[in-house]
Design a protein around this ligand. Sequence first.
Ligand SMILES: Cc1ncc(COP(=O)(O)O)c(C=O)c1O
Length: 425
Amino acid sequence: MTKLAILGGESLIDKQLKPYRSIGPLEIKAVEETMRTGVISGFYGDFCNEFWGGPKVNEFENTWASRFDVRHAVTVNSATSALYAAIGAIGISPGDEVIVPPYTMSATVMAPIVYGGIPVFADIESDTFGLDPESVRQAITSKTKAILTVNLFGHTSQLDELMDIAKQNNIYLIEDNAQGPLAEDNGRLAGTIGHIGVFSLNYHKHIHTGEGGICVTDDDNLALRMKLIRNHGENVVEPLEIDDLTNLIGFNFRLTEIQAAIGIEQLKKIDHHVEKREKIAKSLSESLNDLPGIFPPIIRKGCRHVFYVWGAKFDEKIVGVSRDVFSKALEMEGFPHFTGYCKPLYHLPVFQKQVAFGNQGHPFNINKNVNYEKTDCPVCEYMYQKAFIGFEPCAYDINDNDLDLLIAAFRKVYNQKDKLITMSK
Ligand SMILES: Cc1ncc(COP(=O)(O)O)c(C=O)c1O
């Protein structure tokens, strides 16, 4: 492998790219003002006005709801919590199946298990990496209660088709839109098309509050259930006259006033942060588009891609060298990137171990429909093993000069691929 060094000679990018910082003086001022009020968290876990959160949390929820044009925005302390709240709100019960993609952050597929639900993996599309509707159709059984799709890397899944499948089967569609704020599908904002949409405000996202998450919905009952899950809902059943908390566990998913104050400022800047990433992605795509075997991300007609990740597909048959060898050379040029994204999640021990030991634990002992040992999503496997190369525009503060260097580094490796071919023989 070390021989690859001769490719680069001296790396084109010899410095670390500057990390991206979206927090500025406005957020600092907002935090200071909030600290001075003395109210760091405005929540109280029993029935009173504060059950619904403090003034900043409420202001943040209202501005988020109006920005995304939804009836309800429910803040929580992470998108992981938001997924738990969403899955709990739709009443997933032990043995219920939830169709999920294997190509996502692990939190997506863990959420159903918290309620005894069974994640059922369907394959992804090869163009934009969301759930493939055909594979979803094949995965539906009489036990399916929901489809949990992911708008991966900032591009929407096939939401209309998935919503049609949900309606035909009288089940829910939840969008994990952690990576896609302001992504669009025919004028509609990602996260607002399914019954519930989930956003992440963790440090790596387009805008953030350090940690944080938001669920959006137009359904009053789902919104109420998510608020109950967020804050020990079992404590308020009497005053709220609630007699059905089916499968509803009250957690502490509360956002602090400080995080909400940061979120209010961040939301004002969301267009800027998204547009910046779109510009970087556009330059990368346009400048690498002519390289045979390198396929920059596509944007489906009528959609807006917000590029949490700029992800290219690599065809080793056309390029003549494996993605991993190419990646090594890119790394040596100083081009920060990753390959594969995540190993298809059905390979995780949580799924494979209980199959191997035969003594399936809860909830897999209740519903034995699903055999994870036999689960195989070929498109996802191919992306992971051979094709996917990703770059995170959200991670770096890139100027035009950095962008030129990134493009030059990629082209340099590509133009010398014959040397790589010789070396890898
Ligand atoms: C698709 C997806 N879902 C869920 C999450 C979990 O987000 P959080 O870190 O806010 O819990 C992430 C985080 O990166 C994600 O990318």
